[in-house]
Design a protein around this ligand. Structure first.
Ligand SMILES: NC(=O)c1ccc[n+]([C@@H]2O[C@H](COP(=O)([O-])OP(=O)(O)OC[C@H]3O[C@@H](n4cnc5c(N)ncnc54)[C@H](O)[C@@H]3O)[C@@H](O)[C@H]2O)c1
Length: 483
């Protein structure tokens, strides 16, 4: 992952120094080619990989390589140090100890961890280090997946956050999403919940892997790799690791039972059926009797691979030719066959889960949608699809189905005439003479929802503390937000 991130930075014109460990048992006076074997091999493998991590092979000239023992002092000449070592807190902390010895004050330091709490990595470091430290979580492959999650600690300087949000967006071509320092941040928390919940619905409705992938792909605005093929690409071990991480570190998660690892998934890990990286997972490529390529699907009841079976659902067939995604979603959820039942269970579970994650993982709903669209290639965010299916209507159905639901609302800007910039966009502040009217509007909103049997559990002003925005926004101080 580190060499691919290096390639992406080189691709946008940045000079990169890429460091890695020295191979075991190599003498201190061995030639650089021997001492730098790990880093050079990793970079060569990245450059050869498909799709390419660089748009032109020449950009690789901007990357120089070295190792942590001989070249760490050279980080004194760097403006930004990105840590991408193995996912272990003790190892990352050791690397940061070394970084602290050589970095210049004012240099940015960020970690690419997928789930280690960012504040724990900053423990024991100097004030200047802490001020310039945060998480920058790239998704693999970093050149192609648009999401960049940015995770501050309580010590991170807000100016650094603002810089990273803008730099990620403008120079790295990313959708930057500001996250809280909670396990698995936003995209993996929701994405892995989604996969685990789908696996549980699969068991409940006795659906096959082929059926689930047909139901959860482009027809609902998700990538062709749908659910199980995506799991094979991500790696079954990674999926299990993130699910266990959430189960262990989020004891108050109301849906924690969804993260329990089914026996067959444990078995896949122990069999080393980890997906693409080991050649087989939920799917396996083989050659048919005539030598032609064939893809087999795992049957989770027998744990044997068998030829794929094309699923047939009346609801799916009816919805597929419809171009408009919103219309398709409504048709699918209203379906009267097993597919319709699947879509209802699947959406109700997802809506319940995201409703409980605000404000735990984000104060703003749009950040959750942005993260899922950019990180998992969804065409439509989860909150957006809830809007499409109708919040009040769906909530009533969810309650009738016995689902747990917490509704958190986040109204956007007050009308222009209530603000000091006379504009619903571009920040601005609510004028004091309208505090009561705007609060009354909130009350009316909550009461109207309650009258329809939808109690609102919590509410936030749609605060945009970072900057003026080109979309609807209003700036509040922390004190005003509390009031
Ligand atoms: N691979 C992904 O898809 C992905 C995606 C997002 C985030 N991440 C995160 O990025 C980080 C790296 O992931 P990866 O998949 O490249 O991991 P990896 O296990 O392949 O190893 C990363 C690097 O750590 C180095 N390393 C091994 N032992 C070390 C030690 N004792 N001290 C210092 N360095 C050591 C390795 O040589 C290697 O270059 C992890 O924190 C991971 O959670 C990975």
């Amino acid at each position: 992952m580190g060499s691919r991130i290096a390639c992406h930075f080189a691709g946008v014109g940045v000079q990169v120094l890429l460091l890695d460990i020295v191979p075991k048992d190599v003498a201190t006076d061995a030639k650089p080619a021997v001492r730098n074997k790990i880093v050079n091999d990793a970079l060569a493998a990245a450059i050869k990989s498909n799709p390419s991590p660089v748009y032109h092979k020449d950009v690789v000239k901007r990357i120089s390589t070295g190792n942590f023992e001989d070249n760490m002092k050279e980080i004194a000449g760097c403006d930004w140090i990105i840590e991408v070592v193995v996912e272990r807190l003790d190892i990352k902390q050791k690397v940061f100890e070394q970084v602290e010895l050589y970095r210049k004050p004012g240099t940015l330091i960020t970690s690419n961890t997928s789930g280690i709490p960012i504040h724990m990595m900053a423990e024991g470091r100097s004030d200047d280090f802490k001020k310039h430290f945060c998480g920058t979580h790239f998704f693999n492959p970093p050149r192609y997946l648009r999401l960049l999650e940015i995770i501050p600690t309580p010590y991170t300087d807000p100016a650094i956050m603002e810089f990273l949000m803008n730099y990620g967006d403008l120079y790295l071509g990313k959708t930057t999403v500001l996250c809280k320092d909670t396990p698995a941040f936003i995209a993996n928390r929701i994405g892995v919940f989604g996969m685990m919940a789908i696996m549980n619905v699969k068991e409940k409705l006795k659906l096959s892997i082929d059926e689930i992938d047909a139901l959860t792909g482009p027809v609902i605005g998700r990538p062709k790799s749908a659910t199980f093929r995506t799991a094979d690409v991500v790696g079954i071990d990674t999926l299990v690791k993130v699910a266990k991480g959430v189960a262990d570190n989020c004891p108050a998660d109301e849906a924690i039972e969804q993260f329990a690892i089914p026996g067959w998934l444990e078995k896949m890990v122990s069999n080393n059926w980890l997906g693409d990286k080991t050649g087989q997972g939920f799917f396996k490529k083989t050659k048919g009797a005539g030598g032609e390529k064939e893809i087999l699907t795992l049957n989770l009841d027998t744990m044997e691979y068998a030829p794929r079976v094309k699923p047939k659902f009346a609801t799916l067939e009816a919805a597929k030719p419809v171009d408009d995604l919103y219309t398709r979603l409504k048709m699918l959820v209203a379906g009267q066959d097993k597919a319709g039942e699947f879509y209802r269970l699947f959406h109700y579970g997802l809506f319940s889960y995201i409703s409980h994650r605000i404000p735990e993982i984000s104060d703003e709903l749009y950040r959750v949608d942005d993260a899922m669209m950019a990180g998992f290639g969804w065409e439509i965010g989860a909150f957006e699809s809830w809007d499409v299916l109708g919040v009040a209507k769906t909530t009533e159905a969810m309650k009738a189905a016995g689902g747990k639901l917490t509704l958190f609302a986040s109204p956007w800007s007050p009308p222009a005439w209530m603000k000091d910039n006379n504009n619903m966009l571009q920040g601005g502040k609510l004028l004091p003479e309208y505090y009561n009217s705007w609060a009354q509007y909130y009350i009316n909103f909550i009461q109207a929802y309650e009258a329809r049997g939808v109690p609102v559990w919590g509410l936030s002003v749609q605060n945009e503390p970072m900057a003026k925005q080109t979309w609807e926004s209003c700036i509040y101080t922390a004190e005003e937000e509390t009031n």
